[in-house]
Design a protein around this ligand. Structure first.
Ligand code: TXA
Ligand code: MG
Length: 339
């Protein structure tokens, strides 16, 4: 009942048409974007969108991002396009940037989680773009069961949704590896709601200083602005512990923690940018970009290898490191060891 379409070797118009037909018929299609895989449905079809929430087990008040392929599509979704939105679109679309704007009446409340605002993004991945062009604006959260790490490979989507949705497009590994940056343009000043695939430094070059919503840095729970912030996120089955601080201290502390937990009888995995001895090890790569690409895969993979504790090395918060550390701290439920 789930059609898996292989498009790892590039765009195939015939296969895109098949997937687009599913979307237009109100079905669910998982597809690659440059950030992570999305679980898509016709954004303006209430029943189709409702099925996304059911399949993911997503709370109804956590709104979805609508994906478009042309700037003109934005006018169908929002009642007002502020100057910053135009400026940002010119510089960063298509790409990993989501803008929150006032919604048009035509956009169903199911899609926006009951809010009068709508999240819109124009992805750059050729498969995502072709699928939208052949169908309609597509509402798509990350294609993972609610609370699990986001999918960066079709295998991750298959693990979570095989047999539960009509179609999965396999486009290979996603490039960026963390979800889009979310910026709210409905207040007086632009506010960052989620660090993501477009670094904050780049955004600020584009439109000047951006406020950071307090929930981005802390575990503050009560946020009406971005309901997604209050839910459990990115959690593998294993317990995650993040080690942050001075490089030399981190290097010393990780092996100590591994021993501590092993002596208590736990199977321990480490994910880091340099090699450590443990029951299982996942190499995250060197640069912030590499770590971002590998992060979610590492969490899923270590789970599969049956570890009970994951010790994760913290990285610098510059570039994509900001998004990485935001996801990692959440995955750890804010169990952070400072050294
Ligand atoms: O890169 C991405 O953004 C991926 C790919 C598939 O495009 N999608 C994604 O969607 O990460 P999701 O649903 O996992 O995350 C959407 C985030 C949530 O934190 C949600 O609360 C926020 O965007 N959001 C959506 N609509 C919003 C709105 N109207 N106001 C504030 N936040 C909103
Ligand atoms: Mg998500």
């Amino acid at each position: 009942m789930t059609v898996v379409i292989n498009m790892r070797d590039g765009l195939d118009e015939r296969k895109i048409k098949l997937a687009a037909r599913f979307i237009l018929n109100g079905k669910l299609v998982a597809f690659p974007t440059e950030t992570v895989y999305g679980l898509g449905a016709d954004a303006l079809n209430t029943n189709a969108v409702r099925r996304i929430f059911e399949a993911k087990g997503r709370p109804a008040d956590n709104p979805l991002i609508i994906h478009i392929a042309r700037f003109e599509d934005l006018k169908r979704l929002t009642s007002h396009i502020p100057p910053e939105a135009k400026l940002l679109a010119e510089q960063f679309w298509p790409g990993p940037l989501t803008m929150i704007l006032p919604k048009r009446e035509e956009v169903p409340y199911v899609t926006t989680g009951g809010l009068d605002t709508v999240a819109v993004r124009m992805p750059s991945h050729p498969i995502a773009r072709a699928l939208i062009e052949e169908s309609t604006p597509i509402a798509a959260p990350s294609a993972n069961i609610s609370g699990r790490p986001s999918p960066t490979l079709a295998e991750h989507v298959i693990d979570d949704f095989y047999g539960k949705i009509e179609c999965i497009i396999d486009g290979g590994e996603t490039q960026v590896g963390v979800e889009s940056t979310v910026i709210d343009l409905t207040s007086e000043k632009p506010v960052l709601l989620r660090p993501g695939g477009l670094p904050l430094e780049e955004l600020e070059k584009g439109i000047g200083e951006i406020q950071i919503h307090p929930a981005v840095r802390g575990k503050l729970i009560d946020v009406a602005k971005s309901p997604g912030m209050k839910y459990r996120h990115y959690s593998p089955k294993a317990r995650v512990i993040v080690v942050e601080g001075r490089k030399e201290n981190v290097r010393k502390r990780i092996p100590e923690l591994v021993e501590e937990y092993r002596s208590k009888g736990f199977r321990v995995g480490v994910m880091a940018t340099e090699v450590y001895e443990a029951d299982e090890f996942f190499n995250l790569g060197k640069t912030e970009d590499e770590v971002a690409r590998n992060l979610f895969r590492a969490l899923r993979e270590l789970d599969k290898r049956g570890v009970e504790i994951i010790i994760a090395e913290g990285i610098e918060e510059r570039g994509l490191g900001f998004a990485v550390m935001n996801r990692l701290r959440k995955a750890a439920g804010y169990r952070i060891v400072w050294v």
